[in-house]
Ligand binder design. Structure first.
Ligand code: 13P
Length: 260
């Protein structure tokens, strides 16, 4: 069975002090977990080292929210994959819809980022998802197909063990409008079928596909119970330790059931 991932994308929220408090509180709660699922937090890039140092004894991974695809150079304001290696960071988020739409990141740039991260032996959470207008026009599968085809171009079958896909319909991000478990499951099943066609059935069976978009404690059970949903990428609800812990606990019960 695929190990579920309960991940949190903090976006541009929290001060350093709030980050420290979160991980102190997490540490105190951790004894209550079964550790069935993988936990992963993407704090603002500025706090990566602090988060890594604070969680050294904890069963939680830390990643950055974005990287540039070049290794070094005159790229003011950017950070690179080799820099992640130098601080012991193994995870990066790539292609988040806010990067795509606010910062105009293209599928081609996302592909270069994924290739750079693979070259540097990092684990990637690759985000894809359609806008509301695209869904309304019946273009969801076409959009996902393009994002997957360009984003994963030149990625080899063996490298897919480093790639996690996050399906985040843009209309569900930060809007409180969660996809119904059925809508999410349909998109996840399409993505898994795509992986089977473009790689093979083993890659399709092993790749974890997370759902993101207004996930909270009140709706996560029904989403996580779906066959092709292997975890969540949580924005707002991952900022409050109590909410994040509640979701972790629910996810552990779901994982227990899925294993049976
Ligand atoms: P919300 O959970 O706040 O909708 O954000 C989802 C998201 O963008 C996670 O990457």
């Amino acid at each position: 069975m695929r190990r579920m991932i309960i991940s949190g994308n903090w976006k541009m929220y929290k001060t350093l002090e709030e980050t420290i408090t979160f991980f102190e509180e997490f540490s105190a709660w951790e004894k209550d977990f079964s550790h069935k699922n993988q936990l992963l937090i993407f704090p603002p890039n500025l706090y990566t080292i602090t988060a890594l140092e604070m969680t050294r004894e904890n069963d939680i991974d830390i990643g950055v929210q974005n990287i540039y695809f070049k290794d070094f150079g005159a790229y003011t304001g950017e950070i690179s994959s080799p820099m992640l290696t130098s601080i012991g960071c193994k995870y990066a988020l790539v292609g988040h819809s806010e990067r795509r739409h606010i910062f105009h990141e293209t599928d081609e740039e996302i592909n270069l980022k994924i290739l750079a991260l693979i070259e540097n032996r990092k684990h990637i959470v690759f985000c894809i998802g359609e806008k509301e207008s695209q869904r309304d026009e019946g273009l969801t599968e076409q959009v996902l197909d393009t994002q997957l085809a360009i984003g994963l171009q030149d990625v080899h079958e063996k490298d897919m063990q480093h790639v996690v896909i996050a399906y985040e319909p843009v209309w569900a991000i930060g809007t409180g409008k969660t996809a119904t478990p059925e809508i999410a499951q349909d998109a996840h099943a399409f993505i898994r079928k795509w992986l089977s066609t473009h790689f093979n059935s083993s890659v399709a069976n092993k790749t974890r596909i997370l759902y993101g978009g207004s996930v909270k404690a009140a709706n996560c059970k029904e989403l996580l119970e779906k066959q092709d949903i292997d975890g969540a990428l949580i924005g707002g609800a991952s900022l409050k330790i109590k909410d994040y812990i509640e979701i972790i606990k629910i996810s552990e019960e779901v994982a227990q059931k899925k294993d049976q």
